[in-house]
Write a new protein. Structure first.
Length: 670
């Protein structure tokens, strides 16, 4: 018999975004006491409340964050939303770790964790778990609500009649089903777990048909590999050379007893354990490794983020007026869409050139560079520059001035967006490129011209990117191209791996533990004759393997997501897919359609204002939805969660601010 429970609000998903949501909700409740304590339900399939699966606090120690300890937070910075001051307590990861007396791996240490140290993801997960508990305790301590934790999966949402509560069909780990009711829903379901995609279906089918073959569509949790593969005898191909692939490579080597050691000169070497895979290779469309995240000199020196000069929100608005193609969106609004390559890329490259040649220069020289670029930029914005004008022509004045002032040479913007490998030995070239990039990363994001320009434009101007991209800011054809080419450039250069991990991967390659020699456009397929998988490329003979692991974090799509929640919600008409209307062909990325307030659009076009979506399922309507919190900084996810919390609490409010009670002993304040 199904048991029914009534909730005021259900938070579906219990990872980092749920922790941020509980932070914002507790702050809003402190500001505006509800008429009665709220019944709050949090649902997390894995039972890992606060951290979720990707940032689990018990994952292998070989997986690292890709940012320094001082650049991580477990809650929001100071914010004012609709008159409410939502800053409560300390949200710094570094302060938490130092208070606990932990090193970067979570081990007790008498030496305080340094801000520049890169922590393990497990330690970040532990901090999130602690913060989640503190935010929950804050709500309950002050009599503002009761938080019910459900280690279950929400499989379906039934739309109610008029203003009745939603019904949630929930399945627990024992395969029991129950129905709960909730008046308001927040969906923060995080990284997607996917089914096998169509182009890998033959690999999956072969693994199910022939003993000795293994195909893994999801890399996480990493420990599942050993349940399915005899690693020492396995020949493994990892499809991917980014963050997930690095986690896999380190887990299959260092995680199985191998050790990295330095000699007296500081050179890193790898000592085998004998438990590593018999053969291990990695392939990707570009053939190259993800770049290293640079040393954050901005945080260390207090330098302000870069403010755009040529690539700005104002410039985007002007381009929409002069070059935009008008389309009507599902929200009912009209959008003047741009073509990224024709209309926007020239300004991005010009901005990168400005930063590149101005790196390490005084303000007078940077002003000279700005003035050199202004005339062609203005002509481009007003539309007097013909579409045939090349990017090289637009940046030529800065190139010429850069040579005159003795600035670094070699501003090759094509290498940034369209990396290629040269030479006959791709393995050696991949490692050479990675070593050059690592040297730049160690120099820092204010001192190295390449790292400085990439960090300034891709990271610091993320708000401009959102202004350009969100809600079908590009034409359908251009958005498809942007996701296929330029979003990869963003992830490769902006979301780079930590320097420690990259150095280890280079060491594994030099030691012969990982084969990077297949080059661009390599692939893995099933060979029916030999009943094995084969890794192929145009530049070397095929190599047989018996295990293929998909080493990417795929973009969300309801049809490939393992959870039935979004598919069932679309089938019931509660949710719809976002569509960017094209002249000939529409672009459908797989994101859930929402309005400007993050409420889903139903099949009849209406917005359901008691449901709010934040994160991965709407990435493609709103971009960059997987951003983690940083100290004293905000981002689109934090801002939206703040708006959600304030509007939710105002609907239940009775009085003004609450005088907060002291924390219970033993709960770590965050």
């Amino acid at each position: 018999m199904m048991r029914r429970i009534r909730l005021d609000v259900a938070i579906i998903g219990g990872g980092p975004s749920a922790t941020y949501a509980l932070d914002r909700l507790s702050a809003a409740l402190i500001n505006c006491r509800p008429a009665r304590p709220l019944e709050i339900g949090i649902f997390e399939r894995t039972g890992k409340f606060g951290c979720g699966s990707v940032h689990a606090d018990d994952q292998p120690p070989t997986s690292y964050m890709n940012r320094a300890s001082a650049d991580i937070a477990v809650g929001a910075g100071r914010m004012v939303e609709d008159g409410m001051d939502l800053r409560l307590g300390e949200s710094s990861f570094l302060a938490w770790a130092q208070a606990q007396g932990l090193d970067a791996h979570g081990a007790p240490s008498d030496t305080p964790l340094r801000g520049e140290a890169t922590p393990s993801r497990a330690l970040h997960g532990a901090a999130l778990v602690s913060a989640f508990a503190a935010y929950r305790e804050r709500i309950e301590r002050n009599g503002l609500g009761r938080c019910h934790l459900y280690p279950d999966e929400v499989e379906a949402i039934r739309r109610p009649a008029q203003d009745a509560p939603f019904e949630l069909r929930v399945r627990d780990g024992r395969n029991n089903t129950k129905v709960l009711q909730a008046r308001h829903l927040l969906l923060v379901t995080g990284h997607t777990r996917t089914r096998t995609e169509a182009n890998d279906a033959t690999l999956d089918h072969a693994a199910q048909t022939f003993p000795g073959l293994c195909y893994m569509a999801n890399a996480y949790p990493l420990t599942e590999i050993e349940d399915r593969v005899d690693v020492p005898s396995a020949k493994i191909c990892i499809k991917g050379m980014g963050l997930t692939a690095i986690d896999l490579m380190l887990y299959l080597t260092e995680g199985r007893g191998g050790r990295f050691e330095r000699d007296r000169l500081g050179k890193l070497s790898y000592l085998r354990s004998g438990r590593e895979p018999h053969y291990l290779c990695a392939i990707s469309p570009s053939g190259g490794l993800i770049t290293a995240r640079p040393k954050n000199e901005k945080a260390a020196t207090g330098a302000a983020p870069h403010s755009g000069v040529f690539y700005t929100k104002t410039a985007i608005d002007r381009l929409r007026c002069t070059r935009g193609t008008r389309r009507k969106l599902a929200t009912g609004e009209f959008r003047d869409q741009l073509d990224f390559e024709m209309d926007v890329l020239p300004l991005m490259v010009l901005e990168m050139a400005l930063v590149f040649f101005g790196t390490g220069r005084d303000s007078e020289t940077r002003d000279l560079l700005r003035r050199a670029g202004e005339p062609l930029c203005e002509r481009f914005l007003v539309g007097s520059t013909s579409d045939g004008t090349s990017i090289d022509e637009i940046i030529a004045p800065l190139q010429q001035l850069g040579r005159r002032i003795g600035a670094p040479s070699g501003f090759d913007w094509r290498a940034e967006f369209y990396p290629t490998l040269a030479g006959d030995d791709f393995h050696d070239e991949v490692l050479n490129c990675a070593e050059r990039d690592l040297r730049r990363a160690r120099t820092g994001n204010l001192s190295d011209p390449w790292k400085c320009s990439a960090d300034a434009v891709w990271r610091d101007l993320r708000g401009v990117h959102n202004h350009l991209l969100d809600f079908a800011g590009l034409t359908a054809e251009s958005e498809a191209e942007f996701q296929r080419i330029y979003l990869r450039a963003y992830h490769r250069t902006s979301n780079g791996a930590c320097k420690e991990s990259v150095e280890k991967i280079i060491c594994l390659g030099r030691s012969g533990l990982v084969d990077f020699g297949f080059g661009p456009s390599a692939g893995a397929s099933f060979d029916g004759g030999s009943r094995t998988y084969v890794v192929t490329s145009s530049r070397r003979p095929p190599v047989s393997v018996n295990t293929v692991i998909f080493g990417y974090q795929r973009r969300f799509h309801p049809e490939t997501d393992l959870s039935p929640l979004y598919r069932s919600s679309i089938a019931d008409g509660l949710f719809t897919l976002w569509v960017n209307p094209g002249a000939d062909v529409d672009f459908v990325s797989g994101a859930i359609a929402i309005d400007r307030h993050h409420h889903p659009l139903s099949a009849d076009g209406a917005a359901e204002d008691r449901i709010t979506l934040v994160g991965t399922p709407i990435d493609g309507v709103r971009y960059f939805q997987q951003t983690l919190a940083r100290p004293n900084a905000t981002n689109d996810v934090i801002e939206q969660l703040s708006r959600w919390a304030v509007q939710l609490v105002k609907g239940f409010s009775e009085t003004g601010p609450v005088k907060e009670r002291k924390a219970v002993k033993g709960v770590v304040p965050c």
